[in-house]
Ligand binder design. Structure first.
Ligand SMILES: [Zn+2]
Length: 485
């Protein structure tokens, strides 16, 4: 079954109810979904089944609520609605909210947000416990990376939801090993990244002493080959050249910062990747031996369709003769991986996504969200404070003005801070941070909060366990009741 979710440039005219009413996948217990078979077809089927299942779960919320609205004044509404919510979504229904319906109006906005959050919490729990996207070859990739001359693959994609699957789907890399932090326009915070770099290097030196490998910083910008004037990167006004240049500038800024602060000119290697969000085809801008990247030199995955590993390698060596052999080898492998993704998009959507534009189901802000490896599911802003991520949140809310608010729905925002339980006080600090972000959010957007156009939940999780995430707070009364129980 193929998802039918169309571009949302004209949200009012959209058909709804395109997702079938059915139970989301059965709840699974602890079971790593790694199989020995790494065959591409099998892997594509596995990734496809997962994408379909998760998106269908989110997409049955609105048809269900629509159907409930029409029955809200029936005598046994609360009971029958509760039963139906349980049957269709598999989650506990918000009783009080349903019971209030007959005295006034069913609060549709609150119900849609409540159920969206419920589906989200189920999805995260399932991802933690079943690890449905576990990569079949983590160790092999780490070895390969070292052979290419790198010890860390750190990627900053744009916060755009159409880039959320860049690691596990577009590049077919293990999300377990690749570090990701998304920023609007892929323009990342240099100081924050500098601190992370220092942490990684310090740990490495303590473990094994200095080595010859480099820290690889990858920036992924995006363009759209369909409706390119409106569906490119919102943070750069859909100007592809600007998006690429901004990514390159951030990359150069980071390399300079490491060089100046730590006097290590060669410690970081940069790689710039462009992703066509309509097709997932990538283009790579490789650095030369001195680390300099020229935007006009690029290798396109589309030029390698039909080639085998050896042919791709030869193509990269010819097209990017300026790059170091390790970088060429890595680039060739990324292209090979991307060709698997192009086959995936080909078989599911005849090569071009039906949802060219934004179709995210919710916004996620904070630190965490490792389970989000699916396209157009969540708009992601990596941040510690609202002030720091203000630009990202502004872009996200603007997108949801078209997606949700124009249809009379609120924008669901998940505020999430994960922590390591073995660090004393970490849980309390994560909870405090989530509360602070929630407060700052309502202070920054008072009008939207007054009109109940933003609903949020505060969530946290201990990364050292496989326990479900903890719901810490919300501005939805129905969810606060749940926490209070
Ligand atoms: Zn973008």
């Amino acid at each position: 079954m193929i998802m039918q979710r169309h571009t949302r440039s004209t949200p009012q005219g959209l058909p709804e109810g395109r997702a079938p009413l059915r139970r989301p996948g059965a709840r699974s217990v602890h079971l790593d979904a790694v199989t020995l078979e790494c065959d591409v077809t099998h892997e594509n089927q596995r990734l496809g089944a997962y994408e379909t299942r998760i998106k269908a779960a989110f997409d049955q919320v609105i048809p269900l609520v629509r159907q409930l609205v029409s029955r809200q004044f029936e005598a046994d509404f609360a009971e029958s609605a509760a039963e139906e919510i349980r049957a269709v979504l598999g989650c506990e229904p918000p009783y009080a909210l349903l019971q209030h319906a007959w005295t006034g109006q069913l609060d549709v906005k609150a119900l849609v947000s409540h159920l969206t959050f419920a589906v989200y919490l189920q999805f995260v729990t399932d991802a933690i416990q079943a690890r449905p996207l576990a990569h079949p070859a983590c160790e092999a990739f780490q070895r390969f990376l070292t052979e290419c001359g790198y010890h860390r693959f750190d990627i900053t994609p744009c916060a755009d939801g159409r880039m959320a699957h860049v690691i596990r789907y577009v590049l077919r890399l293990p999300a377990e090993l690749v570090r990701r932090k998304a920023y609007a326009g892929a323009v990342f915070d240099i100081e924050d990244n500098l601190a992370k770099w220092a942490e990684v290097e310090l740990m490495r030196t303590q473990e094994s002493g200095p080595s010859a490998t480099q820290y690889l910083k990858v920036v992924a910008y995006h363009v759209s080959s369909v409706d390119c004037e409106t569906e490119g990167c919102a943070a750069h006004g859909s100007d592809d050249q600007k998006a690429a240049q901004a990514g390159l500038d951030a990359l150069d800024g980071f390399k300079k910062a490491v060089a100046q602060t730590f006097h290590q000119d060669q410690a970081v290697e940069g790689l710039l990747i462009g992703v066509d969000t309509a097709t997932d085809a990538i283009r790579l801008h490789l650095p030369d031996a001195n680390g300099v990247i020229a935007l006009d030199t690029q290798i396109r995955a589309l030029d390698c369709v039909g080639m085998d590993r050896t042919a791709i390698q030869a193509h990269v060596e010819t097209q990017a003769s300026h790059a170091a052999p390790g970088m060429q080898k890595l680039a060739a492998r990324l292209i090979e991986h991307n060709l698997e993704q192009l086959r995936y998009v080909e078989s599911r959507h005849a090569g071009v996504y039906p949802d060219i534009g934004h179709a995210e189901r919710f916004i996620g802000i904070g630190v965490g969200f490792d389970e989000i490896q699916l396209r157009n599911l969540m708009y992601f802003g990596y941040l510690h404070t609202v002030e720091e991520g203000a630009a990202d949140i502004d872009v996200g809310l603007k997108i949801f003005k078209g997606l949700n608010q124009s249809r009379g729905l609120a924008t669901p925002v998940v505020i999430r801070f994960d922590y390591y339980g073995s660090i004393p006080g970490a849980r309390a600090r994560a909870a405090k941070r989530a509360a602070r972000v929630a407060q700052a959010l309502s202070a920054r957007y008072p009008d939207q909060f007054a009109r109940a156009e933003i609903h949020y939940i505060q969530v946290s999780r201990d990364l050292e366990t496989r326990e479900p995430p903890e719901l810490l707070g919300s501005n939805l009364p129905s969810l606060i009741e749940e926490i209070g129980e």
